[in-house]
Design a protein around this ligand. Sequence first.
Ligand SMILES: NC(=O)C1=CN([C@@H]2O[C@H](COP(=O)(O)OP(=O)(O)OC[C@H]3O[C@@H](n4cnc5c(N)ncnc54)[C@H](OP(=O)(O)O)[C@@H]3O)[C@@H](O)[C@H]2O)C=CC1
Ligand SMILES: CC(=O)C(=O)O
Ligand SMILES: [Mg+2]
Length: 758
Amino acid sequence: MKTEKDDKLRIDALRYHESGRKGKIEVVPTKPHDTQRDLALAYSPGVAEPCLEIEKTPQDVYKYTAKGNLVAVISNGTAVLGLGDIGPLASKPVMEGKGLLFKIFADIDVFDIEINEKDPEKFIETVKAISPTFGGINLEDIKAPEAFEIERRLKEELDIPVMHDDQHGTAIISAAALLNALELADKKIEEVSFVVNGAGAAAIACTKLYVALGADPDKIFMCDSKGVINQRRTDLNEEKLPFVRNTNFDTLKEAMVGSDVFIGLSKADVVSPEMLLSMNENPIVFAMANPVPEINYDLAVETRSDVIMATGRSDYPNQVNNVLGFPFIFRGALDTQASKINEEMKLAAVHALADLAKEPVPEMVQMAYKSGNLSFGRDYIIPKPFDNRLITNVSMAVAKAAMESGVARKQINNWAVYEEELLNRMDSDQKLIRMLQNRAKQNPKTIVFSNAAEYNVLKAAQIVHDEGIAKPILLGNKEKVEEIKKEFDIELDVPIIDPKSKEAEEQVNRLAEMLWKKRQRKGMTLYNAKRFVTNRDYFGSMMVEAGEADAFLTGSTRSYASSLKPVLEVIGPAKGVSKVAGLMMILSKKGPLFFADTTINDNPTAKELVKIARMTEYVVRGIGIRPRTAMLSFENFSARTETSKKVSEAVSILHRLYPDMVVDGEIQPDFALDEELISKTFPFSKLNGKRANVLIFPNLAAGNLSYKILRGIENSQVIGPILMGLNKPVHILQMRSTIDEIVNLATIAVLDAQQRQK
Ligand SMILES: NC(=O)C1=CN([C@@H]2O[C@H](COP(=O)(O)OP(=O)(O)OC[C@H]3O[C@@H](n4cnc5c(N)ncnc54)[C@H](OP(=O)(O)O)[C@@H]3O)[C@@H](O)[C@H]2O)C=CC1
Ligand SMILES: CC(=O)C(=O)O
Ligand SMILES: [Mg+2]
């Protein structure tokens, strides 16, 4: 069933794939490569040394090359999702997608390999020939029955883990979900009757695993494209024969009557509401065909309120999809250099997944999902992919099973250290952005975007609107905005206000009256107030001041100072705040870093530095991060110069007034950011041997120039400047902000508005 949502997704998916650098994964050098000497080591002549070592001791390939963390995702394109045999070329986006998932969820590097070969024997030979490159082989979207023979032979003939993901990944995840769904339905696996629709690679592997977990084979009815696999069928291949049942049923419809569990691994929309209605009480329906399930999620839950429903899709509750398995299963297998992925490892993964769904869901994971209210139950029978406990729980369980079952060639001795290593592999920056965006989505706010006739601003407004992060109001010349929308095919149906237009006259007069009342004792006349309000910075600020919008985002085409003046006049500092300041969040390779003050206070005094540090602490905590603040200078704890003396005084005040605050200095940034340097050189520091994540600069030049240098040379995303200390959420974009930067600051503006309304 194709929905309007699917049509929209189609356009977005094509845009997503065609934008920017082509493809979804890239190769990135891991070693220094800047000097002649680096190249002499990386390549000839130096490279000969590891070659000779590996020739002597083949196992050393894991020591000197990427093999141990490199998986091949290999397909011939014969069963691509539920799209069927679309060929190797057309399968490439899926294989690149698997590569992306391997990387972001388990930090495993992938080469996707699409082989133009349907003959199993030739396919096997090809994979064997290229296997020395890899630490593991993930076979993907190869149709049954060929997939069975291909996997069996490669497992036998190669000494690295080989897994056909559609068989075993799917079997593991669906088995974990099944165990939990049965528990919720209060049914026993030995007693329930199953209908498995599909008799291909995924369906047969899943069914075998359910039987291994206790399901009664006599109560499992399997259907393929021709109907029920029963004693009257004469067209069955060897793999289907074990599933022949003596029964009167010939059709799926007949088989569904009185069944407890439906497992769909076939194709779209083959299950009707009538079939669902004919199932037993509390039916369990896993409609896992991708991208369109056997029955639409909404239709199924509308048809039966007692259904425990799952699909393979990420946009509905209960995503039963092998993405929950392959990254973590291979992680455990690679880290133990397992020679294969055996039954013990698969069962360990099943139980780790099933158990994890019953654990309380941590705040960080809750925030990553729109519902924000996940707990074990009908809508949460299986963990979510963005749960970073998956990498520890599942990979560690798999690694342990590999060691206990004797297939590990490398032992893990210190599990606490291994756990730490696994956590460090996670892509925490992207997680942080996702977490912030999802928190914003839970209660999106109205944001006024100034300069809407700028492409980057308009595109960012479209993204936050479509993602449900914010409700934009655009300020700008209507005709120009419409022109850009047309030129760049931007669909965005939100209010556009041009304060200079006749149409806006009534609103301008109203806001001007308010501005005049606010500033009349500071010399502003009503005439001037009207003139000012036609300026977008005054107009947007006044909309927020008047409660006609929740937040205002301006800047981007004007200098910071010229945007700041109207904002300060209209909104001003919050009660008790004498100074506002600008905070930049830098998503660096070392994790998120916060820089202040980067935009406002030229040469703050010691007391002002204290205020900046406190405001920053408050904002960083609000984002959900524990601040560790370094008060920066160009000396370490010696305070010889005026600047360092000032910083040192600020630190003393902070230590005296806020003894619980993790803050120290004066300290140089290279020390503050290096755990080893801090702990060895300054063991007395209140940073407790931990790297700082908040850097307070001694003056504006240092703060501003540092973040601009980073923005210019490092490929890190920056979020900000976040204006701290204002009475209402207004933020000023830096000139030439990218679309991502605008989206990120809009997200912060929503969170800011949410926080103030609490
Ligand atoms: N959610 C998840 O994690 C996963 C989902 N899947 C989904 O499962 C499906 C099958 O994948 P896979 O096993 O790899 O592919 P295969 O090509 O190996 O198997 C497809 C099976 O579907 C059967 N089939 C086709 N049409 C119908 C129909 N109308 N009624 C009943 N059965 C039908 C075929 O029957 P016949 O044998 O007669 O040709 C065949 O047995 C795909 O939609 C795929 O997206 C797969 C892996 C993971
Ligand atoms: C999820 C997956 O691997 C498939 O649908 O084929
Ligand atoms: Mg697949």
